[in-house]
Design a protein around this ligand. Structure first.
Ligand SMILES: [Zn+2]
Ligand SMILES: [Zn+2]
Length: 134
């Protein structure tokens, strides 16, 4: 699937081809803290198809529990988290944050990972008062 995406302020724009079957929700504690939210949703980019169209992402190198390092790209102006990728000069293995994609409604997660640290209320917000806007 071809996708287009951008950060909240619009400075960074990109496109890529992704595999919808790879869409996943990650419940690891790093995602909870980095995102300031309950979980992150990612989709894997087909190798060599990520293309930065405008802007210059800042990078944070995150070291996982396994010792594995990933380069997290984000907008230095609006702080939108855009992707994680391999740590090298020409990053590969991009995983895009689904919320940044124009096609996000068409990319439901097919897997949930790191469920051992999932917040207990993640699947239980049905009791919350709902409204269409605020
Ligand atoms: Zn931005
Ligand atoms: Zn995670």
């Amino acid at each position: 699937m071809h996708v287009t995406g951008h950060c909240h302020c619009g400075a960074i724009r990109f496109e890529a081809d992704v595999d919808p079957a790879s869409a996943r929700a990650c419940h690891c504690t790093d995602c909870q803290i980095l995102g300031g939210t309950a979980f992150t949703t990612n989709v894997v980019v087909n190798t060599g198809t990520f293309k930065l169209l405008s802007g210059a992402p800042a990078t944070y190198i995150k070291t996982a529990e396994s010792g594995n390092k990933r380069a997290h790209g984000f907008c230095p102006t609006c702080a939108t988290r855009l992707y994680s990728a391999s740590v090298n000069k020409e990053p590969t293995d991009y995983a895009l944050r689904i919320g940044t994609l124009d096609q996000r409604a068409d990319l439901p997660p097919k897997r949930e990972i790191w469920c051992r640290s999932a917040l207990p209320w993640t699947k239980d917000v049905d009791g919350a008062v709902r409204s269409g806007k605020q």
